[in-house]
Write a protein that binds this ligand. Structure first.
Ligand SMILES: Nc1ncnc2c1ncn2[C@@H]1O[C@H](COP(=O)(O)OP(=O)(O)OP(=O)(O)O)[C@@H](O)[C@H]1O
Ligand SMILES: [Mg+2]
Length: 273
């Protein structure tokens, strides 16, 4: 579990994060959502120690990261897997070398064990046999999967995925989402996914924090979203008229004003006539 308390961060006189608190649960996909520029990446960078917050606290299973000494931080860093915004693979290295790079940095495994581990994680992300391909030879979805394989190679307790679906088609996005979800549950990882992808929110959003201009505007689950009356959240999630209509129908269902299947049929019939 990761708990953040009253995190503030500014760059110069520009306030980026204002008093953000929240709990990221173990074994769940915890989402940070919000429009471009709302502070999602800055918040995750504060959480993993790449930025230092101006004030606030960040607890990893009860231990305040901001009070850890160098040794404790290094050991925590080894328990964190990261899938960066844009995959961030080394173009001059093969898939295998990209993954082994992390093992070289943070483990004392023998070459044989490293190769074995690479094959295990490649199998996990359904990329067995792609060891010798270069990033330029594989698709965007495959690159994301290599990024995930690299992020989980050290068996992390905490996994951060920044925009795992950016640039992918909806179906490939769903494959990536389901992969992240199943890995999270299988290894009981505390997973944080940064996204502005509506499909991801509805597919894997166990716990969701919605940032609006650097503040926490709303939090809840994917089911809460359907029935939420928070206007800013609704404008963000249900941006199109089509989705606003779909949400309105769900609300009417929930309030018992229409019956699920028959009345929707009736609405369509009446509209057509
Ligand atoms: N290193 C930095 N120095 C100064 N300002 C920064 C820095 N990093 C981010 N910012 C600013 O912080 C704000 C939030 O940026 P952030 O990258 O967190 O947005 P985001 O929510 O991740 O957006 P996106 O969905 O586009 O990735 C932006 O106004 C950005 O310009
Ligand atoms: Mg970002």
């Amino acid at each position: 579990m990761i708990e953040i308390k009253n995190v503030h961060k500014s760059f110069g006189d520009k306030v980026i994060l204002e008093d953000i608190s929240g709990v990221m649960e173990t074994g769940k996909c915890n989402l940070i959502i919000g429009a471009s520029g709302s502070g999602k990446t800055v918040l995750t960078k504060c959480m993993v120690g790449l930025f230092t917050p101006d004030s606030g606290e960040i607890f990893y299973d009860g231990h305040n990261m901001l009070e850890m000494d160098r040794e404790e931080r290094t050991s925590l860093r080894q328990q964190i897997g990261m899938l960066f915004q844009g995959s961030a693979l080394f173009d001059s290295m093969t898939v295998e070398q990209n993954i082994i790079f992390t093992l070289d940095m943070f483990s004392n495994m023998s070459s044989k064990d490293k190769k074995k581990r690479v094959n295990e994680v490649l199998e996990k992300v359904e990329l067995s046999g792609s060891n010798n391909k270069f990033p330029s030879e594989i698709s965007g979805g495959m690159k994301k999967r290599v990024g995930i394989a690299r992020a989980i190679v050290l068996n992390p307790k905490y996994l951060f995925c920044d925009e795992p679906n950016s640039g992918l088609d909806p179906q490939t996005s769903l494959v990536i989402d389901k992969l992240i979800k199943s890995i999270t549950a299988e290894y009981n990882i505390t997973t944080i996914v940064v996204t502005h992808d509506m499909n991801s929110v509805m597919e894997i959003g166990d716990n969701i924090i919605y940032l609006y201009k650097g503040k926490k505007e709303w939090e809840g689950s994917k089911d809460d979203i359907i029935y939420s009356k928070n206007e800013k959240l609704n404008d963000f999630i249900f941006a199109s008229e089509f989705l606003q209509g779909a949400k309105a129908v769900r609300m009417l269902e929930a309030e018992g004003k229409i019956d699920k299947v028959t009345d929707i049929g009736k609405i369509i019939d009446e509209k057509d006539n």
